[in-house]
Every structure is written in structure tokens, then in C-alpha cells.
Design a binder for this molecule. Structure first.
Ligand SMILES: O=P(O)(O)OC[C@@]1(O)O[C@H](CO)[C@@H](O)[C@@H]1O
Ligand SMILES: [Mn+2]
Length: 439
């Protein structure tokens, strides 16, 4: 088999990976330090002098981390006692074993971008858990919650639309397909609301995304939604619908999570699926990614909204969880640095769990990078080949493009896009539905 291409890394000066490590990661760390600083009176009220000391310790640990990034220091072992500490330190040893004498140690502007970026978020977690009694503080919670509050109008419009569709099982087949495609597109464009790309600056959904779908269609570079329809409607035809399980590997909280919950509610109401499994992160991750606290917080805030449609949806969603139709998982693998092709070896239990799904939707750019091992594949290489054997079930990436990585394009397409928009790969302006079907 042909040699796999090199990993994206900050070795390539001027690349998006380079600009991320040089500019955006320090910016994200500065914002985290500022958030801790602005909460010091809360820490004092809650924990007294101990809380103040803890805030100072966390800030000093994050400042040290920021200095390591900015001065390209070696990547160092984790010193905390967390469930995944040993796995991380083994991964670091593996990275070290790949280097020649002359390369020295793994370091920020040399090692694979996927590794160093994931490592930075894991070091943020280390800094917080080593600072009791503020050890369970989420430095990104404020911006995730703000994204929800600032997107209220769009969220209410979306819930109203969903309410008008229900009970979706009575929809005529053509309308059912049309509505599914609309909600898939809304879930796709919800992925633009990503705080790590914006470096933590607000990225809430202020416009009514439903009325902009037609205008956004030209920006969908790969659209395999017909394959999703064929797969899901096939099950619907069965006389006694068996269990039809759809897994969603979540990305960002706030508006994007709402679009994923609306899609999930529709999948159940239309009987295109009978259960939805959500996969979130076990620690705060890439600024806006969903943790179980975010998931429950969003359900609770939608249910308790003063807007009738939101309150009705929120009550339905909490009921789906209560009745076991919506199941939330947060395996530690999703916050490790490994590409997904290594899941069978690193997390066989998770791989076996995903094999129970009839369809897996991977939301967002980081999931795409991990599906593709964050390598510099040719734009025209087939998606299935770049997955390097990862295929627990039929799967689809639903992502807006925010890094210099895309496969499965037609010859000449990347060149055409580059000519018309030099930043087509990294602004989130373009999106894909890329499907790897039944084997
Ligand atoms: O997974 P998401 O939320 O769609 O995007 C993650 C992201 O913001 O982080 C990396 C850059 O820091 C890129 O993969 C992408 O820009
Ligand atoms: Mn994200």
C-alpha cells in the first residue's frame, strides 16, 4: 500500500497549523487566564482564601504553558493523576521514539499538529484539576453559555419549525426526505459556530439559518445526503421497524448542539431512527466542545425557556433521555490525540459500541482531522482510502472546512476553489457531507 503522507504540523511556516500554534493557541490560553482572573471574587466567596490561592496556582500553570508554546519548548509529561494520564505519557514516549537524535524532543512547532493541539487542551485540564478546590471549573463554560444566550432568536425559530413538523411520521415520503435534508444542512452550518476557530471570540448564530439554506447550497462541496436518505429510509420500509440506531459524535455546544438535538428529535419523530446515541467530551475541549454538563445545561435551559416552542421541545428532549431513546456517552478516547484508525487498538470497547450503530454522524472539523489521521492527503484521494480501515459502521462526516485537509474532491476542483477563494479550506465558509457506506 502507498506510503501515508506526512502529518499536518507547524513545521510548515505560514500554514494554518503554524498560525494556530503561533497565534491562536496562545490567544486561547490568554482568554482562559483572563476568565480565571475574572472569577476570583466568586472563588473567594465560595472557598475563601483557599479559592484565591487555587486561582493563582491555575493561572501560573496556564501562564507557564503559554510560555512553553510561545518559546517552542519540549512537550513534557503530564504530572496529574487522571484516568488517561498514562495513555498520554505513553503517546508522548511514542512520539519521542519516532525522532532522530538530531530532532531532539517532541516540541510545539515540530510535532504533529493534532498531537500538540490536543495536548494543549489536556494541559489546561491538568492545570485546573491540580488547583483544588476549583478543580472542576470549566474555563470555557462562560463562552459556551454565551453562545447559547446570543443565539436565542435562531434557536426559537428552529424549535418552532420542528414543532410544526411533528408528528413527522405522517409526512409524505417526499416531504420527509426534503425536511431531513433541511435539518442536515442546518446541523452542518451550525458547525460554523466554533469558538476555537474564533479564538474564543463570540461565534453565535444571529441570523435565521433556515432562510439561508438555498443561498448556502453552492458552498456544499461534497453532498452525500442521498446516501443517508437511502440508508435510513430503507429501514423505515420494514413492516415492524427494528431498532434503528444513529450515533452522533458531537462537536460544539451552544447553537450547534441545538441543531443536532433538533435533527435527532426529527429522526425519532419521523421514525427514521428509534434511538440516538450522543458522544461528547469527558473534559473541556477545543473551547466549545460539548461535555455532559453542557448537554444537561442546554436541555434544562431549553425546557425552562419562556418561549413556548423551545419549552415544548425541551420537555420532549428531556423525555427522550428519560425514556432511554436518547443516550449520552463520553468515552475518554474522544479527548486523546489518537487518529480514529487507532481506535480498535486503543479503545476496543468504544469501537465495539460504535459497531452497534446503523449510521454514525461525525460533526465538525476536529473529528474530520482525526478520521483522516490529520495527514496531508491529496485532495482527490478517496475518503474510504484515507480512513485507513476505520469503519465501525456506515459513517458520514458533517463538517465545515476549518483546516488545510480535504479528500474526495474531483480532479481540478481544489485548484478552482483556490483560484476563487485562497482561504477556502480554513474559514468555515464551505461544508461537506462525506459518506463511507456499508462495506
Ligand atoms: O471541530 P470544530 O469545532 O469544527 O473545529 C475545530 C477547530 O476550530 O480547531 C482546529 C484549529 O484550532 C481546527 O480543526 C478547527 O479550526
Ligand atoms: Mn469543536
Amino acid at each position: 500500500m502507498a506510503e501515508s503522507p506526512a502529518f499536518l504540523s507547524a513545521q510548515d511556516e505560514g500554514s494554518f497549523a503554524y498560525l494556530t500554534v503561533k497565534d491562536r493557541l496562545p490567544q486561547i490560553l490568554t482568554k482562559a487566564i483572563d476568565t480565571l482572573h475574572r472569577h476570583r471574587s466568586e472563588f473567594f466567596e465560595k472557598h475563601g482564601q483557599e479559592g484565591m490561592e487555587a486561582e493563582k496556582k491555575a493561572i501560573s500553570l496556564l501562564s507557564k504553558l503559554r510560555n512553553e508554546v510561545q518559546t517552542d519548548k519540549p512537550i513534557i509529561r503530564l504530572a496529574d493523576k487522571w484516568v488517561d494520564t498514562d495513555i498520554w505519557n505513553q503517546y508522548l514516549e511514542h512520539e519521542q521514539s519516532l525522532l532522530d537524535e538530531s530532532d531532539g524532543e517532541p516540541h510545539w512547532f515540530f510535532s504533529p499538529w493534532l498531537f500538540v493541539e490536543c495536548y494543549m487542551y489536556r494541559r489546561i485540564h491538568e492545570a485546573v484539576i491540580q488547583s483544588p478546590p476549583i478543580h472542576d471549573f470549566d474555563v470555557f463554560k462562560e463562552s459556551k453559555d454565551e453562545n447559547f444566550f446570543e443565539s436565542q432568536e435562531s434557536i426559537d425559530a428552529l424549535c418552532m419549525h420542528l414543532e410544526q413538523l411533528k408528528p413527522a411520521r405522517d409526512l409524505h415520503k417526499d416531504q420527509l426526505k426534503d425536511e431531513l435534508f433541511k435539518l442536515l444542512q442546518i446541523s452542518l452550518w451550525g458547525n460554523k459556530c466554533d469558538l476555537s476557530l474564533s479564538g474564543g471570540k463570540s461565534s453565535s448564530q444571529k441570523t435565521d439559518v433556515m432562510n439561508s439554506l438555498e443561498g448556502l447550497k453552492p458552498f456544499i462541496l461534497i453532498n452525500d445526503t442521498e446516501s443517508l436518505w437511502a440508508l435510513l429510509s430503507k429501514y423505515k420500509k420494514t413492516a415492524k421497524p427494528p431498532v434503528v440506531r444513529v450515533d452522533i459524535v458531537l462537536d460544539n455546544s451552544g447553537f450547534e448542539l441545538i441543531t443536532d438535538l433538533v435533527l435527532s428529535d426529527f429522526l425519532l419523530s419521523s421514525e427514521l431512527a428509534t434511538e440516538i446515541h450522543f458522544h461528547g467530551k469527558s473534559i473541556p475541549w477545543f473551547v466549545s466542545d460539548v461535555t455532559v454538563r453542557d448537554f444537561n445545561w442546554i436541555l434544562e435551559h431549553v425546557r425552562s425557556s419562556s418561549q413556548k416552542s423551545m419549552a415544548t421541545c425541551g420537555a420532549d428532549w428531556e423525555n427522550h433521555v428519560k425514556m432511554g431513546r436518547w443516550i449520552y456517552h463520553d468515552h475518554i478516547f474522544w479527548t486523546l490525540p489518537h487518529p480514529y484508525c487507532e481506535m480498535p487498538q486503543v479503545a476496543p470497547d468504544l469501537y465495539a459500541e460504535l459497531q452497534k450503530a446503523h449510521l454514525i454522524l461525525f460533526k465538525g472539523d476536529l473529528n474530520y482531522r482525526k478520521l483522516m489521521s490529520d495527514r496531508k492527503w491529496e485532495f482527490t484521494i478517496p475518503f474510504h482510502q484515507a480512513l485507513c480501515g476505520f469503519h465501525p459502521a456506515p459513517l458520514c462526516s458533517i463538517r465545515t472546512l476549518k483546516c488545510e485537509l480535504q479528500v474526495g474532491l474531483q480532479p481540478g476542483e481544489a485548484e478552482r476553489l483556490m483560484a476563487s477563494d485562497p482561504h477556502w479550506l480554513t474559514t468555515g465558509k464551505y461544508g461537506i457531507f462525506q459518506f463511507d457506506g456499508p462495506l
